[in-house]
Design a protein. Structure first.
Length: 320
């Protein structure tokens, strides 16, 4: 690597680090003010209920933002790449560093090459963070998000995903009665059997019942469909109607999971794509489709911004 390339990379990475810390700190401060009432409501409810607190409010809030930093990095990295590159090029032009570079016969666009290469690498790092680190932290992220949910009784139009990849849709759910309306459940075969769709259950009503082995979700007044693990087609005899006798789902989702958020941002691309196909029949849950498109667009947007923004900045420096 040439001395010039090392010098440019040093300045660019320093500017990237400064922009990263500044912008992420600003996002955390703004979100803290937005969620202050929800944080206060959560800790106030815990205090009234006399529940023991494992962490102080400051520790819990700090843990919440620390676990969300990888997600935040993926969201802000494209604009940070452009900001850092613009600061680097502008500063070099301000101090006349382009004059000896041009005098030595080096094209100014050649100067941008190390910035573009490192920009692609940093965009790749954001993909690795989102595909490997965030899914591994998903359970801890869900636990930390309890403090930002407040203490509301009724929750409308949401989905949850359990540890086995089964998807649960609720049109309406009561956190006090632990029952819900308009429920749709998509259960899957184990990964060693291909992970295909196993059953689809649509029920008008459902409630959680505590048993010795944990919680059971009791569904009533609906229809159930079974699918073949190899072909993925609907089995013979499906769909089947069921009434008040209902269908029981043992394990998987629990009432505490309803209060936790398993947002699409914590999923890898394949489960997210599967989730998008499942929500096609429920437009109110279109956030999964938006999250999938954002997952593809975020790393590419940083590279595109570099290719579009840097020539513009470099052109203005040439004119100066």
């Amino acid at each position: 690597m040439k001395i010039l390339d090392r010098y440019i990379l040093k300045n660019f990475l320093l500017d990237f680090l400064i922009c990263l810390v500044t912008l992420m700190a600003l996002c955390v401060i703004v979100e803290t003010f937005e969620k202050a009432s929800e944080f206060a409501e959560y800790f106030g409810d815990q205090k009234k209920a006399g529940e023991p607190m494992q962490r102080s409010p400051f520790q819990a809030i700090g843990r919440y933002y620390l676990l969300h930093l990888p997600i935040l990095y993926g969201q802000v990295s494209p604009i940070i790449l452009l900001m850092a590159a613009m600061f680097t090029v502008t500063r070099m032009g301000r101090y006349g560093e382009f004059i000896p570079i041009k005098a030595s016969g080096i094209s100014l666009y050649r100067v941008l090459l190390p910035i573009l290469i490192v920009g692609v690498v940093l965009s790749g790092i954001s993909v690795v963070v989102q595909e490997i680190l965030v899914p591994r932290l998903s359970d801890s992220i869900r636990d930390s998000e309890l403090i930002s949910e407040g203490g509301g009784e009724l929750i409308s139009s949401f989905q949850r995903i359990d540890s086995d990849g089964n998807v649960y849709f609720f049109s309406r759910y009561s956190t006090i009665r632990q029952n819900g309306l308009g429920i749709r459940v998509v259960r899957r075969y184990r990964p060693e059997l291909g992970g295909r769709k196993k059953t689809t259950i649509k029920a008008q009503f459902g409630r959680f019942q505590r048993t010795e082995k944990g919680y059971t979700l009791l569904l009533s007044d609906g229809v159930i469909e079974h699918f073949d693990p190899e072909s993925g087609f609907r089995m013979e005899g499906s769909p089947q109607l069921f009434g008040l006798e209902g269908v029981s789902i043992v394990g998987g989702l629990e009432p505490i999971d309803i209060l936790r958020s398993r947002s699409p941002e914590t999923l890898t691309l394949r489960p997210m794509a599967d989730l998008v196909r499942e929500v096609e029949e429920n437009p109110s849950l279109a956030e999964a489709r938006v999250a999938l498109h954002s997952r593809y667009a975020q790393p590419l947007s940083g590279i595109i911004l570099l290719f579009l923004g840097l020539p513009f900045v470099l052109g203005s420096e040439n004119r100066n």
